[in-house]
Design a protein around this ligand. Structure first.
Ligand code: G3P
Length: 200
């Protein structure tokens, strides 16, 4: 019973469509009708500016973190399910949100939040990699995929240090989600039409 409650809560947390709600509430804008149409932090930066972009980034990261921490919380601590699986369910909620017709984001920020909830050093490493890759590529989409690959390498290192293989397995799974959700971006990158960030 507790497993089901935990998974439903994780899915609902992940489903919270921050980009859609912040856009509608504070900017009278439906983010889905502008820019790439994606309900994520990048498109929020693009369409609504820095303030909204930062708010969505933080919110979407915290969704993944909250789900993992919920699984670690005293109430659910004895529930026989790995906290990272609970985090993955939040990422699924982010991609297929019940509050937005099951059309959500591309899994990047919420996956990062899962890492933050489970191993903050890996999260810090991933954020630093993200900033460096973004400086070089100037494309958030390409950066996200580079980070997905690098994350898998960090996961292997984490395994050799801690003996815990779950993080690596989940990083590979979330990385696969990220690649799958960036299909349109991959086509644009190949065509040379993917937008670049201007503020770097
Ligand atoms: O996190 C999503 C980002 O990698 C790409 O977003 O709006 O450029 O498709 P967008």
């Amino acid at each position: 019973m507790e497993i089901i409650l935990l998974l439903v809560l994780a899915y609902l947390i992940g489903s919270l469509p921050s980009a859609l709600w912040i856009g509608k509430l504070f900017y009278k804008t439906d983010i889905r009708e502008h820019g790439s149409g994606n309900m994520g932090a990048t498109n929020t930066f693009r369409v609504l500016g820095k303030k909204a972009g930062i708010a969505v980034t933080v919110f979407d990261i915290l969704k993944g973190t909250a789900a993992v921490l919920l699984a670690f919380s005293p109430y659910f601590a004895n529930t026989p399910i790995h906290p990272l699986v609970v985090g993955v369910v939040a990422v699924i909620g982010h991609m297929f949100p019940v509050f937005a017709k099951f059309k959500g984001g591309k899994a990047v920020a919420t996956s990062g939040g899962v890492l933050l909830g489970y191993s903050w050093p890996i999260f810090v490493l991933v954020v630093l990699t993200f900033l460096l890759a973004l400086k070089i590529t100037k494309m958030v989409s390409l950066t996200s995929m580079v980070v997905a690959v690098m994350g898998a390498i960090y996961g292997i290192i984490y395994y050799f240090i801690t003996g815990d293989i779950y993080l690596e397995l989940v990083i590979v799974l979330m990385g696969a989600f990220i690649f799958y959700r960036h299909r349109a971006n991959i086509a644009r990158i190949k065509a040379g039409t993917e937008p670049k960030v201007k503020w770097l």
